[in-house]
Design a protein around this ligand. Sequence first.
Ligand code: PLZ
Length: 447
Amino acid sequence: MTEIRYRLQQVRRVEGSLPGPRSQQLTERRASAVASGVASSVPAWAADVDGGIVVDVDGNQLVDLGSGIAVTSVGASAPAVVARVKEAVEHFTHTCFMVTPYEGYVAVAEKLAELAPGDFPKKAALFNSGSEAVENAVKIARAHTRRQAIVVFDHAYHGRTNMTMAMTAKVMPYKQGFGPFAGEVYRVPVSYPFRDPEGMTGTEAARRALLQVEKQVGADNVAAVVIEPVQGEGGFIVPAAGFLPALSEWCRDNGAVFVADEVQAGIARTGAWFAVDHEGVVPDLVTVAKGVAGGMPLSGVVGRAEIMDSVHAGGLGGTYGGNPVACAAALGALETIEEWDLIGRARRIEEVVREELEPLASGTGIVGELRGRGAMMALELVLPDGREPHAEAARAVAAECLGQGVIVLTCGTYGNIVRLLPPLVIGEDLLRDGLRVLARAVHRAAR
Ligand code: PLZ
């Protein structure tokens, strides 16, 4: 495996209490300037980030098992990203691709078309955020099919804009008080092996969902079926084998567009370029964001050229979509993923996580399941020896880890999932150190 050289020392170190005094000052300052609707899960403030380490403003070194929610897969200051961003920003920060186009946008579109699954002509359009990519996938699918209905799933997360709030399942904190939401969005059951009836197969779960679509929506009204191939915010839910292929086949048979929302799971995170690749599923459209640009805001929709081209000229766009600096960052990030074999590293991370955390599943009574793919792994915490979600334990584990200098995030419809999204560049020793802190925290929460 290629040796990765880091700028910052890759060791965990917490001096005194966390958050330290400088962080506390900033937290006080923020209280009167930053709207309270914007919350942060870690009370320590960032000063420098490299590899698997976040250095805070008090000099503590935290192990990063969150990557800023699955974004900094190549690290938050990857050399190729930094170099390309510097080079780009010295020439121009913006022209607007809809006014004076530039090469970087085309290069990213070409690269996405090359990487996305499918052996057919593909095209891409670039935007800023994951939500915006999902909104545009919906626009494209509606324009292409001349239909309106959008099918989404239980536990889905697709964003915080009006359209994507309607598509997101969980009300708190994402939707509460923010309605009315966009119409023509229909939610059906997903495949959730841990909570589905014992032994339910992927094809059976797909039947359950699609029957509901046929009876309640009508197959010929469906513009798109939109799904996260591994659900992220909803709980790192990996559907049973066969579920995604069955949905994809149904879309093909019924003239609907199959959209894989790979905003969180895509771009090497799960140990493949795209999470659908694990099952050989070929979506019509794929949304990407997060990991694609090494931390700079960039997103895109990529897929079948004839679908992408069904929108009239001028129908897609936005002032900043495919910003030149963000495009430069994306080219640097994608090159880094290839050069450092980060797909291989994501797979290795899964092995290490399973090795370190599997004993918890049998040994604590509160770990219902250890699941995930690649560097997208999670523990579903439950009340002792049952299946009832144990959100309090997830909160306690995350807080305990943080106190020890390890950033872990929680998620899940029931708030009971501890999720791991380390940067793919994290060193194995540091990863094991972080996981052992986590394991001890789970043992403590079980007592
Ligand atoms: N689709 C699958 O995971 C973003 C959101 C965190 P944006 N997930 C993290 C939060 O609380 O806001 C996400 C995703 C999937 C779409 C999105 C939306 O991406 O870049 O946050 O708009």
